[in-house]
Ligand binder design. Structure first.
Ligand SMILES: Cc1cc2nc3c(=O)[nH]c(=O)nc-3n(C[C@H](O)[C@H](O)[C@H](O)COP(=O)(O)O)c2cc1C
Length: 186
């Protein structure tokens, strides 16, 4: 007889049995979801823009390229952030961070330190010394559950050489730039 598929409660892991005393218990199922997502290594970026009330910066790892023609990029912003409502219909910049810019990432993730140097971009304010940047005009915003997916049309961009800051398994790490000449091996 084929067993009927068992409907899992949100907090239950499949085949989860109680751990014997002294053995570390598995984290709840919600953390497994976060943990699974965390296996996808990403770069780290900061979204910057002038909102109706003030200038904003917000660290994200949800940056994605979307389209070449027209040139579109996407960031996913949590509804719970102060940034969320202010970003609607605003030009913004996405600042891609270099390996040495972890402090900058934390500055715009709720752990403020030294005020960074700003650049008045053509379309939106951006940060000085980043690995790459994209200045965008608003293209569309889509419902994404407890986040909103903000798409921007890229109006201006550039990059420098250097290692990239990366984020994986809830930790910062580094992605080294390929050494000059490696491409000749391909
Ligand atoms: C590495 C990293 C990646 C993050 N990625 C996102 C993201 O993609 N979207 C988001 O809404 N928040 C993200 N956050 C959390 C925000 O940076 C954080 O909640 C911020 O303090 C919100 O600021 P605000 O409430 O002043 O707008 C990330 C934080 C870190 C450290």
């Amino acid at each position: 007889m084929i067993a009927k598929p068992q409907k899992l409660q949100p907090h239950e892991a499949p085949h989860e049995t109680p751990s014997p005393p002294g053995v570390k218990t598995l984290p709840p199922r919600a953390n497994h979801f976060r943990g699974s997502l965390g296996r996808f290594a990403t770069g780290v970026a900061i979204v910057t823009f002038d909102g109706p009330t003030k200038r904003h910066g917000l660290t994200v790892n949800s940056f994605t390229s979307v389209s070449m023609k027209p040139p579109l990029v996407l960031v996913s912003i949590a509804r719970s952030t102060r940034t969320h409502d202010e970003l609607a219909n605003r030009p913004f910049a996405v600042n891609i961070l270099g390996a040495e810019q972890k402090d900058l990432a934390m500055h715009f993730a709720g752990r403020p330190s030294r005020e960074p140097l700003w650049v008045e971009g053509e379309t939106a304010p951006r940060l000085s010394g980043v690995l790459a940047y994209f200045e965008c005009t608003p293209w569309a915003a889509y419902d994404g559950g407890d986040h909103t997916l903000y798409l921007g049309q890229v109006e201006n961009f550039d990059y420098r050489s250097g290692d990239a800051l990366a984020f994986a398994n809830s930790r910062f790490t580094t992605i080294p730039e390929l050494l000059r000449g490696d491409e000749e091996l391909l």
